[in-house]
Design a protein around this ligand. Structure first.
Ligand SMILES: [Zn+2]
Length: 138
């Protein structure tokens, strides 16, 4: 993929998108107690410390649960699947599920972060957002 085909992150505080098309979700790690949070935040809800550092999360997790959405706003084509994915850092992140037939989705599936087009900014530049898709081999 050429660099020009890679959009900028739709939410730079949640998703880092690099020129080579790879990226990571971003969050915070509490330096005092080690807790992780998504997205980036300024204080730890566990110990109230404000000593948080921004970290890149793993791109591989496990599907905790999901739901099939059959009614939505006109902005989203239905039906689609919305799921929660658990990551090794201890965060659970919600997102749309892509790359699989809706009736094939199973709780506990290995999932990977999938960077996908997410419309355009006000100047017409392509934006990149994220979904989760099944890991290869599933
Ligand atoms: Zn803490």
């Amino acid at each position: 993929m050429s660099a020009s085909a890679v959009g900028v992150s739709f939410r730079p505080g949640e998703l880092e998108v690099r020129p080579d098309g790879t990226g990571n979700q971003l969050g915070s790690r509490c330096s005092a107690c080690g807790a992780h949070f998504f997205p980036v935040r300024e204080a730890c809800s566990g110990c109230l410390s404000d000593q948080l550092e921004t970290v890149r999360f793993s791109t591989e997790g496990t599907l905790y649960t999901f739901s099939i959405v059959r009614q939505s706003t006109p902005a989203f084509e239905v039906p689609y699947a919305l799921g929660y994915v658990d990551f090794p850092e201890g965060v659970r992140i919600m997102g749309q599920i892509s790359g699989i037939d809706l009736d094939e989705i199973k709780i506990g599936m290995p999932m990977v972060l999938s960077l996908e087009p997410f419309g355009e900014d006000e100047e017409g530049n392509p934006l990149t957002g994220y979904r989760f898709r099944p890991a290869e081999g599933n």
